[in-house]
Design a protein around this ligand. Structure first.
Ligand code: PEP
Ligand code: MG
Length: 322
């Protein structure tokens, strides 16, 4: 199987009828890039930067971060790299950062909420990213955005640092796309309004499922509610993709669902533009996509949207999974 998959490394990702989508990878450290290239990744769809901050006892400096981002951008050689700003909190803690005790950390002080409150942490990361931007194709993504105001605030801090860097004589790219993760139902619901202001969406299904079904993604007791194939989730995804296309921007997905062979037919039908997954899943996904046609997947997803349960959706999808 491995040998057979190798033939897809150099190939473009397209459906049987020639519709192109982008197959990208999720990474956590610069070292992970080797595997992205080996597996024919067309970009990095999610660089989880919290790993730069974890497993140490102090904040990474702006320069340290700059080196990491530059390494990844250079290694990807012009292919798009979506870097997500710090998503700490929830289940991820930093030993050197005093976090408030909360009853519901996943509903609490995390990700963009923390960064907007702690500009002393947020600004150095943005500066490091902006300085690295000339070494490749950088896209910046904010996690856990729940309101338009949060996005506007984050973007204005970014633009502020950009101006500062330029006036200090630094080179900064003028083509950096700025987008958000869609992982909160409130954001998915008004994707149309967000689409007027962001350059792209990336759907984070790991959290979007948790918040849609109000079921802690870490709790075994409610794991039956972790339902990627529930029609309610498919409707949220459709709303995001449709809104992006009406506004001429793109939608990716970087949660686990994007690499699930049972989800791929549905996501193609819904019109997803970019799929980001673990590097080792890319070639299998590319092979599967080559066997599917967009018209047929569109019919499949239309039918799935009318289903009542996950089981009904899975029954429909099974015909397209080997
Ligand atoms: C997600 O929520 O789907 C996601 C990709 O982010 P993380 O798993 O890092 O929370
Ligand atoms: Mg998430």
């Amino acid at each position: 199987d491995k040998e057979e998959l190798k033939q897809f490394v150099e190939e473009k990702t397209e459906t049987k009828d020639g519709h192109h989508v982008e197959l990208a990878a999720n990474i956590g450290t610069p070292k992970d890039v080797d595997s992205v290239i080996e597996n024919g990744g067309e970009g990095v769809g999610l660089f989880r930067t919290e790993f730069l901050y974890m497993g140490r006892d102090n904040m990474p400096t702006e320069d340290e971060q700059f080196e990491s981002y530059k390494t990844v951008l250079e290694a990807m050689d012009g292919k798009p790299v979506v870097v997500r700003t710090l998503d700490i909190g929830g289940d991820k803690e930093l030993s050197y950062l005093d976090m408030p005790e909360e009853l519901n950390p996943f509903l609490g002080y995390r990700a963009i909420r923390l960064c907007l409150d702690r500009e002393d942490i947020f600004r150095p990361q943005l500066r490091a990213l902006l300085r690295a931007s000339t070494y490749g194709t950088l896209k910046i993504m904010f996690p856990m955005v729940a309101t338009i105001d949060e996005f506007r605030q984050a973007k204005s801090i970014l633009l502020d640092e950009k101006e500062k860097l330029k006036s200090e004589g630094h080179d900064v790219s003028d083509d950096i796309e700025v987008g958000i993760m869609v992982e909160i139902p409130a954001t998915a619901m008004i994707a149309k309004q967000f689409a007027k202001e962001v350059d792209f969406f990336s759907i984070g299904t790991n959290d979007l499922i948790q918040y849609t079904f109000a079921a802690d993604r870490m709790s075994e007791h409610v794991s039956y509610l972790y339902q990627p194939f529930n029609p309610s989730l498919l409707h949220l995804i459709k709303n995001v993709i449709d809104a992006s296309h009406e506004a001429d921007i793109w939608t990716g997905m970087c949660g686990e669902m994007a690499g699930d062979s049972r989800a791929i037919p549905l996501l193609l039908g819904l019109g997803l533009d970019e799929f980001s997954m673990s590097a080792t899943s890319i070639l299998k996904a590319r092979r599967q996509m080559k066997s599917l046609t967009t018209d047929e997947m569109k019919k499949l997803s239309d039918e799935a949207l009318q289903c009542s349960t996950s089981e009904e959706v899975l029954d429909l999808v099974n015909a397209y999974v080997k």
